[in-house]
Design a protein. Structure first.
Length: 184
């Protein structure tokens, strides 16, 4: 992002010359310049603290006092910039190549949609056929490929539903990550 929407004060680095000029103006006599390096270090530290307060306010987090609060601030910065450093994923992201079509999220969405349709007296396969025939009712989630017939797409959806169902039944980590309120 070339010009991020940060507060104006954060768009510039800390300028040492400006700080030194402010220190020199506020000192009563030039003989006291022997401690200039200490004053400069303290002034830079104060400016960094002030900027942390600005960042915290901008990201709507508390000003950090403890290591947990620092982690919270770093997590907020990473979420804002879409840096995956603190993201939680079940598996390592794929390397180069085609993107994975059936992600854990898509499996969860399909499972939820099929289970909702099953309440209306449809079987699992019947629910998948309904989704394949009327994908527009489910937004962009189940749009079939151009050359795929509805029957083949229903089989694919059913196969993916069974994969999701098996993951839910047998994979404790999958259940914890996707069906626990801890991560919400």
């Amino acid at each position: 992002m070339k010009n991020p929407p940060w507060p104006t004060e954060l768009k510039w680095p800390i300028i040492v010359d400006d700080i030194v000029n402010d220190i020199v103006k506020s000192w009563p006599s030039p003989q006291g310049f022997s401690e200039l390096d200490i004053e400069l270090t303290n002034a830079i530290s104060e400016e960094k603290d002030r900027r942390v307060e600005i960042i915290s306010k901008f990201l709507r987090t508390e000003v950090p006092n403890s290591s947990d609060e620092w982690l919270e601030l770093l997590d907020a910065v990473c979420r804002y910039w879409s840096i995956p450093a603190f993201g939680i994923e079940q598996t390592k992201p794929r390397g180069p190549g085609a993107t994975k079509i059936w992600t854990d999220r898509k499996h969860c969405e399909l499972f939820a949609d099929v289970m909702r349709l099953r309440k209306g007296a449809l079987s699992e396969l019947g629910a998948c056929k309904f989704i394949a025939q009327k994908p527009e009712q489910f937004g962009q989630r189940y749009l079939q490929r151009k050359r795929t017939k509805s029957e083949a797409w229903a089989k694919t959806l059913h196969r993916q539903f069974l994969t999701a169902k098996k993951k839910i039944q047998s994979d404790q980590l999958f259940r914890t990550v996707h069906f626990s309120r801890v991560w919400a």
